[in-house]
Design a protein around this ligand. Structure first.
Ligand code: NAP
Length: 460
């Protein structure tokens, strides 16, 4: 499919969002036989989405995927416009007017709630807030986590719950070589936490952790793991036999361990759901109900019994999944928290394609899978787009120049951060980290980020 426009000029695609799904979509387009130009539009001044702002800082290997994103950004035809928000600076209508196609890949920007009394008490947090804070998300820099408590309870049995529990338990020596933000290093280092309890509403066989992440909980310098063997009884049938089998092996090994005398204990509880968070002015305890498993529509679900128990704690983190948020003018499936789509083609409530509008990643399929899952996902979306090109369903706008978007942004008073602006931020952060043997010291506020982007970009 070498030549798809009358004059042979490239097709122009806007990719909204610069996390893994956005970058993989951009990479697939720029590697396609037909010529493409990609403008990546990002709300933040920095790219990489959850690779920068979600992946735990003590998992630097996972973050090295950013090198693949840098290679994509270096391809001819790629441009980055950070600090540009669709819905504020540009609308969906602007994008469809300025580009031949749009791919939305802005992830899941919110989190699921428990819907129980006391959820908004001081000391009750969502995992997403904590994760964004320790990773330096500029919208969360002013949160104040009081970790001066004895016990924290983490609700949920996914990898994010493990990240939260592990980060809370890291020693200053474990935190030192990471790019955790300074305030988080200080707060975690000074924390008086002695116990972190991870609570699953179903059994150990239904937990969605990956085994590697679970195993790591037993290898921490400052924390012992504790599993009461009774917690592993009646584990129930596995949904993913391989992963579950390995997880159960790890948990059985944890259950055999003698306390090692480390300052923190991480305890696993299963078959329990929170029903209320109690406290006068801040969290003092969480009330749990015991569950049993019942098969409903082929799935094992947690059904409450009449047994209740209360755990005293000063902090509760709900880690029960992210949730996608829609954009005006885009059909949204509120139940799933995703843009309505079929294999990446956005469609309306009747199932008719919107035309020239696609989605990829978490906003397409929901907040599941690991970073690599987004590669296949984005490839599927780009394949749908290429098919539409081939079938003549995408109209190339010969009359719209590549400069039109910049002109419109200037007219609207936006301050886009181009790729050179991001590399300036990157250089400043890396240079600050080098002195301390850390990968980077992150700039944490909008002003710091925008100043670094403008200052060095202007100098070059
Ligand atoms: P997740 O894997 O979907 O886990 C959510 C957990 O919350 C599940 O255990 C779920 O239990 C539980 N839950 C949901 N509603 C609940 C409620 N009302 N009460 C109690 N528990 C509730 O989501 P996640 O941990 O946010 O992770 C998101 C994705 O990112 C996952 O695919 C994860 O693997 C990935 N991730 C990967 C890594 C890594 O590779 N290192 C790190 C972080 C995240 P049920 O099963 O009963 O619904």
């Amino acid at each position: 499919m070498p030549r798809v426009t009358a004059t042979g000029t490239p097709l122009r695609v806007a990719v909204v969002g610069s996390g893994p799904a956005g970058f993989y979509a951009a990479g697939s387009l720029l590697d396609a036989e037909a010529p493409f130009e990609v403008d990546m539009i990002e709300r933040l001044p920095t790219p990489w989405g959850l690779v920068r702002l979600g992946v735990a800082p003590d998992h630097p290997k996972l973050k090295t995927v950013s090198r693949a994103f840098e290679r994509i950004a270096a391809k001819p035809g790629f441009r980055f416009f950070g600090n540009v928000e669709v819905g504020r600076d540009l609308t969906h209508a602007d994008l469809t007017r300025l580009y031949d196609a749009v791919i939305y890949a802005f992830g899941a920007q919110s989190d699921r709630r428990l819907g129980i009394p006391g959820e908004d008490l001081a000391g009750s947090w969502s995992a997403t807030e904590f994760v964004a804070w320790y990773n330096g998300h500029p919208d969360f820099h002013d949160l104040e986590f009081d970790l001066d408590v004895e016990r924290a309870v983490v609700i949920g049995n996914g990898n994010v719950a493990l990240d939260v529990a592990r980060m809370l338990a890291l020693t200053p020596e474990e935190l030192a070589p990471t790019d955790t933000t300074e305030p988080a290093i200080e707060a975690i280092g000074a924390s008086t936490l002695r116990e972190i309890v991870i609570v699953g509403r179903r059994g150990p066989a239904q937990a969605s952790w990956t085994t590697q992440e679970l195993k790591e909980m037993g290898e921490l310098a400052g924390a012992d793991v504790r599993v009461d063997p009774a917690e592993l009884e009646g584990a129930g049938a596995a949904q993913d036999p391989t992963n579950t089998k390995r997880n159960l092996e790890v948990l059985h090994e944890f259950a055999l361990r003698q306390p090692g005398g480390k300052p923190v204990v991480i305890r696993f509880l299963f078959f329990r759901s929170p029903t209320a968070i109690h406290g006068e002015t801040r969290v003092e305890s969480v009330e749990l109900v015991r569950n049993r498993l019942e098969e409903q529509d082929g799935r094992l679900v947690a059904v409450p019994t009449d047994k209740h128990e209360t755990i005293e704690c000063g902090l509760v983190f709900r880690s029960v999944g992210y949730r996608g948020v829609g954009l005006p003018d885009l059909p949204f499936d509120d139940r799933r928290g995703t843009i309505r789509n079929a294999a990446g083609r956005v469609h309306d409530e009747t199932g008719s394609p919107l035309g020239a509008t696609y989605c990829a990643g978490w906003i397409k399929r929901g907040p599941t899978g690991i970073i690599g899952t987004n590669k296949k996902d984005a490839a599927e979306t780009v394949a749908a787009l290429l098919e539409d090109v081939q079938e003549g369903r995408l109209v190339h706008r010969e009359d719209v120049s590549a400069d039109a978007v910049e002109a419109l942004l200037v007219e609207r008073g936006s301050r886009p951060v181009v790729y050179a602006g991001w590399t300036s931020i990157d250089e400043v952060e890396r240079a600050a980290g080098e002195k301390f043997g850390r990968p980077r010291v992150k700039l944490r506020t909008w002003d710091e980020l925008l100043d670094a982007a403008e200052h060095v970009a202007a100098a070059s």
